[in-house]
Unconditional design. Structure first.
Length: 104
């Protein structure tokens, strides 16, 4: 019985640590944003009349939208977003989403 309980506890901890590693790194996301995103979305992530805000956006939703731009499922006038996300990895997208989620 103790062996099963110990195994279940270790398995649960491994699952929890794996999901934590899969998340984004906000500091890395800030670096990426400073190179690729602030020209349009602003340093504060609030956008303007032509560009939507990213500050405070739900991480999962943000990643979903970035993937949609990359796949061509979602488009924007001029295709700027498709060009911007073209070289982003899934981890880069998670990092960006984590960063923007920290902004108010």
């Amino acid at each position: 019985m103790k062996t099963r309980l110990m195994f279940a506890l270790i398995f649960g901890l491994l699952l929890a640590s794996g999901s934590a590693l899969a998340g984004g790194d906000a500091a890395k996301g800030e670096e990426i944003a400073s190179m690729d995103c602030i020209d349009c979305h602003g340093e504060d992530g609030k956008g303007d009349s032509d560009t939507p805000p990213l500050a405070g956006m739900d991480e999962a939703y943000h990643v979903e939208q970035l993937k949609a731009y990359k796949s061509g499922e979602r488009t924007d006038e001029g295709g700027l977003m498709a060009m911007t996300v073209e070289e982003l990895s899934e981890q880069d997208m998670a990092d960006l989403a984590a960063y923007y989620a920290t902004l108010k």
